[in-house]
Design a protein around this ligand. Structure first.
Ligand code: ZN
Length: 277
């Protein structure tokens, strides 16, 4: 099952066709907000009964973030071995968790205004929560996941690293710094979440090219470790970290230019196409 938000209403996606969930269910499910994530299993059961002739074509430009304003946005630092290595930092022995404030979330095709010339790219696999998790066991970590999507953890490096100790939250939370989408893809459509190609590019230039097999802490362990402290709520998102190839780790350092489009993908989940302005 693939769920997208089109014109601010949740839709089930099949190829280039979609069904408006609230309309087709006669209001049983709400068109926006957390309702579908609170009742994810019930939604999946209902979707499985939908006839093929209720799907209609839609345009990609109308697709927004699959969760417009999550209650909590978690993100993980240094969670790929190759990214820890390029950062000249040791691999962490526990997840490094920070937040992106929820107002930074935007859609998969949204234009992003660069506030400065120091904005870096970080393509990420993003987990969307579909069931409240409070001190969840790692063995059952996937039970709390509605599905996976693609994200960009855009980062203003000067703000992030200003001061005597880095403060990740603000530098990663300018408006538009958290594009996610285009769809929440359920696990039955993903053969192996631990072996997905992931990357991003600007025009013809590949910026990052990795694989989720390089993750240090996989999604079930992240759910266990985070929910040991903070209960996870339906619709929450977890940016799981970025592979090697970020601009700040290069010599000389590189940052995003205006008037280009940043394309980010995870195998089987689709892509983000964000114009930079
Ligand atoms: Zn990141």
């Amino acid at each position: 099952m693939r769920i997208s938000s089109i014109d601010n209403r949740y839709h089930v996606i099949a190829g280039d066709t979609a069904v408006d969930i609230a309309e087709a269910s006669n209001g049983r499910f709400a068109p926006e907000g957390f309702d579908i994530y609170e009742r994810w299993t019930e939604l999946a059961d209902w979707v499985s009964t939908l006839p093929a002739d209720v799907y209609h074509p839609f345009g990609p430009a109308r697709v927004g973030a699959p969760v417009a304003m999550p209650r909590q946005v978690f993100a993980i630092g240094l969670n790929y071995r190759d990214h820890a290595a390029e950062s000249n930092l040791p691999e962490p022995d526990a997840p490094l968790v920070f937040t992106k404030f929820p107002t930074c979330i935007t859609g998969p095709n949204a234009a992003v205004t660069l506030p400065s010339g120091n904005v870096d790219w970080e393509v990420e696999l993003v987990a969307v929560i579909g069931k409240r998790a409070d001190r969840a066991a790692e063995d059952h970590g996937w039970d709390y996941v509605a599905g996976l999507t693609v994200g960009q953890d855009l980062s203003e490096r000067k703000v992030q690293l200003a001061g005597p100790a880095p403060q990740f939250g603000l530098g990663k939370s300018f408006p538009g710094f958290g594009p996610i989408g285009p769809a929440v893809v359920t696990l039955d459509e993903i053969p192996d979440p631990g072996n997905l190609a992931i990357g991003c590019s600007l025009g013809d230039e590949v910026l990052q090219k990795g694989n989720t097999s390089d993750l240090i802490f996989a999604v079930p362990e992240l759910i266990a470790r985070i929910s040991a402290i903070c209960p996870l709520l339906p619709g929450d998102v977890i940016f799981t970290g970025t592979p090697a190839g970020v601009g700040a780790a290069r010599t000389p350092q590189r940052f995003l230019p205006r008037d280009a489009t940043l394309v980010s993908y995870v195998e089987g989940l689709g892509e983000l196409r964000n114009p930079l302005v």
